[in-house]
Write a protein that binds this ligand. Structure first.
Ligand code: SF4
Length: 212
């Protein structure tokens, strides 16, 4: 995918199963795609270990997009309780926007069947919001496709997945999911919020990396 874009292209990695699969693909095929993450400061310890494990296993550097964050005010309720949208904006969207301004295209691990917001994701689309090409190579994959790739290539993943966390974000905003619940039910549980604000506004499409 890299040679088709004259500008820089980078994979946004939040250490979910899909992102680990894409790190595996980028590294094994030696694609000229840099890998970055958004370090909110509230990652699970298990996620931080996975970060190091992926770097060691694949010999890639996963850089944190620079974030200009004010120190936490311990006299107030924490930001994820006061206003989670503002918290996500400051710790995810603003750093992402600054990072994407340096790129010609970004790669994400979103899948259409994850949320209604993602149901119309194209494999390659114009990201109106951030003003660059957006590549969603596994948009058409199912969770079973992702699991099969992980097994086949022994991709390192977050051990929290085995403890009831199918979707993992920041520690304060992620809870385990009960049997039968939606895989993202543990994200911002008890609130209407379902997305960080990183992925929105798209139309339908197909293609991508062939399924495992
Ligand atoms: S997921 Fe929670 S802690 Fe993380 S940036 Fe969003 S509101 Fe803040």
């Amino acid at each position: 995918m890299a040679p088709r874009f004259p500008g820089r292209i980078a994979l946004a990695c939040s250490f979910g199963l899909e992102d680990c699969v894409l790190v595996d693909v980028v590294a094994r095929h030696r694609l000229a795609v840099e890998v970055f993450t958004l370090d909110t400061g509230f990652l699970f310890p298990e996620t931080q270990v996975l970060w190091s494990t992926l770097e060691a296993r694949y010999g890639v550097r996963i850089t944190a997009a620079p974030a200009d964050l004010a120190p936490l005010d311990r006299t107030q309720a924490p930001p994820w309780e006061r206003d989670p949208d503002a918290c996500c904006a400051a710790r995810k969207v603003v750093p992402l926007r600054a990072k994407l301004a340096t790129l010609g295209a970004w790669v994400t691990g979103i899948r259409r069947d994850q949320t209604p917001d993602r149901a119309t994701a194209k494999v390659v689309e114009w990201d109106e919001r951030f003003g660059l090409v957006k590549v969603n190579p596994i948009a058409g994959w199912t969770a079973a496709d992702v699991a099969a790739h992980v097994r086949r290539h022994e991709v390192p993943t977050n051990p929290l997945h085995e403890r009831g966390y199918p979707s993992i974000g920041c520690a304060p905003c992620t809870s385990p999911v009960r049997p039968g619940e939606d895989p993202r039910a543990g994200r911002w549980r008890g609130r209407e919020k379902t997305e960080c604000g990183l992925h929105a506004d798209r139309a339908s499409g197909g293609g991508g990396i062939p399924r495992p």
